[in-house]
Write a protein of this length. Sequence first.
Length: 400
Amino acid sequence: MNFSFNWFYLKEALISKIRALSSKKYSARSQNINYVTPEPPCPEFSGADELTEPPIWIEEKSSYELAWDYALGRNVDKNLDLAMEKMQAILRNGSGEDCFKASQAFWISDVFPNNPILSIEFLKRAYELNFNVAMSSRMIGNFYRNNLGDIDNAIAWFTASCEHNDSYSAYVLSNIYSSLEKHDLALQWMIKSAKLGDHTAEYMVGFFYEQGQGVAQDYHEAFHWYEIASNYKEKEATKGLARLYKHGKGTGLSISKAEELYTSINAHWELALMHLELNNNEKAIEHLLKLPYDKDAMSLLGSTYCHYPTNNPQYHKAIEPYEIAAKLGDHGAMYSLGKLYFSGNGIPKNYKKSYFWFSIAQAHGNLAAKEMVLTLEEKLSQDDISLIQDRTANFYKDHY
């Protein structure tokens, strides 16, 4: 990447400007060594009009401050055109800090127009002036990626930010290369982010190794990175460690250690799945009951009641979790409710309730439910069908 800025010219110009300002300041002070703030002049004082020059210590406002004064009408008449002129002046002679702040005025402010191109120009100027170079280049990369869809320029500026040890930019570069299916480069940048201290990146490096994504599958290396991230309370890394212990990959097989790790982060979903794999359905149900607002957990709980243990299914207990999941939008639970009421397994057969739930599932695109709706319409009266369809419409309106 070629960022060609005329640093020598800029440096000399700044030095000359500083020298000129210093010379002017000391010259003024040499003429006012014993300067004392004058008392307000008497009306009779004929020379009052001559006291027009402000005290030398009163600094002029920056273009950035003046721009906001005119934009908001602070002590001056509101004038957006003049405010824009003052903002543009910052690009020519403003400080790096003012350029950085001005970039945000055209991004998150309700006063100035949203203009990502102009924001980028201000940030590039801040970068040239060596102000917060890591953040300036990162933000330029974000604008190119998220606002302009220019991936090449985004990569260039995120790379520049990484040269100043910005872990976030390295993480974003990894995601970009993953989306481009360049997994080897994605792994390289994720490792860079991890080594710069990003704990989520540490977890992701472990995930790359566990999945064999961009690198040969290596469970020992995955375990190493998961352990590092888990020590920094990265929950997904702790789940990764538990998963490896559960299957004995990259470490010794230990169900108790896996359970301990899952329990330490209240991973009830993972604990439920593990106990189902071990045919410990009571423990699985215990953990699923702790996830009453999770539609997947409630749907699985209903299914667990229906199928486990196979010699003693508890269909009547499945109704409540299935209804919760259905209200949360799980069309599988809707279909299962319709099927339960249609077959009457463990509960009284009820074609009206069956038709209601199959109709809800059909509205969510379940093709099997559509066939059941047609079957039930042959068993119900037209009055019942009309009444249930009204209930279905109201239910859909209330919950989705």
